[in-house]
Design a protein around this ligand. Structure first.
Ligand code: MG
Ligand code: MG
Length: 255
């Protein structure tokens, strides 16, 4: 069921979203060759705690998962697309890696979801472009997320930008409603047709999250039950914002 948030709830989400953006920015600043994903997790937890908020992903069990998620942060490196677990089999970041940082934050009982992808040191031109284009795909999706449009308009905007550039769009992974829970209806795919799917209405709060790859659309789930990787080993980027739908321009809550 799609929920509609009150203006007061959207104000709280906005307040949480500012904290959320701050935490992601601060964690991203720590990214250098030689740091472990576990250190990023510890730092993120510390920042969430300092603000007296709650990490929304920690101990959350998504539908179909075998166990609760063990971290505050998802850290997905190179061919990992999303849900990389930073404190199990921690990775040491290397020069040239690309790293997605994904955080869920509960502030005054309401949840925001946001992710960024950053590079470690000097990147190959391909990886650099992948990150830039994924950020742009998110911006294009947000631009059409207005009351009166449809979920399909968002997918269309992302797909019609990313496909001609040759990127893969991770099949089966999508954005979602958010706020009262980490994952709410509607499902917000990164592909679609104009005018199709759920009608966007003021007060809807959704997380848009394009995940683009340098190769395939196909994804594989790792043995840890969480980490999704590209089936062909190609690199992936991921950007996500939580936004509120209005009659006019959407409000980006996590900035
Ligand atoms: Mg996320
Ligand atoms: Mg999400």
């Amino acid at each position: 069921m799609v929920t509609i948030k009150t203006p007061e709830e959207i104000d709280i989400l906005k307040e949480g979203g500012v904290r959320h953006a701050y935490i992601l920015t601060e964690v991203a600043k720590k990214i250098v060759a030689g740091i472990s994903t576990n250190e990023l997790e510890d730092f993120a937890r510390q920042l969430v705690k300092e603000k007296q908020d709650i990490p929304a992903f920690l101990n959350y069990t998504p539908r179909g998962a075998r166990r609760p998620y063990p971290s505050a942060l998802c850290v997905s490196v190179n061919n990992e697309i999303v849900h990389g677990i930073p404190n199990e089999n921690a990775l040491i970041l290397q020069e040239g890696d690309i790293v997605s940082l994904d955080l869920g934050l509960t502030h005054k009982g309401l949840i925001t979801d946001s992710a960024i992808t950053v590079g470690v040191g000097k990147l190959t031109p391909k990886n650099k472009k992948l990150i830039e284009h994924c950020r742009e795909a998110l911006a294009l999706g947000i631009k059409v997320a207005k009351g009166g449009n449809h979920i399909g308009d968002i997918g269309f905007a992302i797909e019609s930008f990313a496909r001609p550039l040759g990127y893969g769009i991770c099949s089966g992974l999508a954005g979602h409603g958010v706020g009262y829970k980490v994952h709410e209806d509607p499902f917000v795919p990164n592909e679609g047709r104009r005018g199709e799917g759920e009608l966007l209405r003021p007060g809807m709060v959704i997380a848009l999250e394009p995940m683009l790859t340098l190769g395939t659309d196909k994804i594989v789930l790792s043995d840890d039950g969480y980490t999704y990787k590209t089936a062909d080993g190609s690199n992936a980027a991921h950007f996500e914002h939580t936004i509120a739908i209005t009659d006019g321009e959407p409000v980006i809550l996590t900035k």
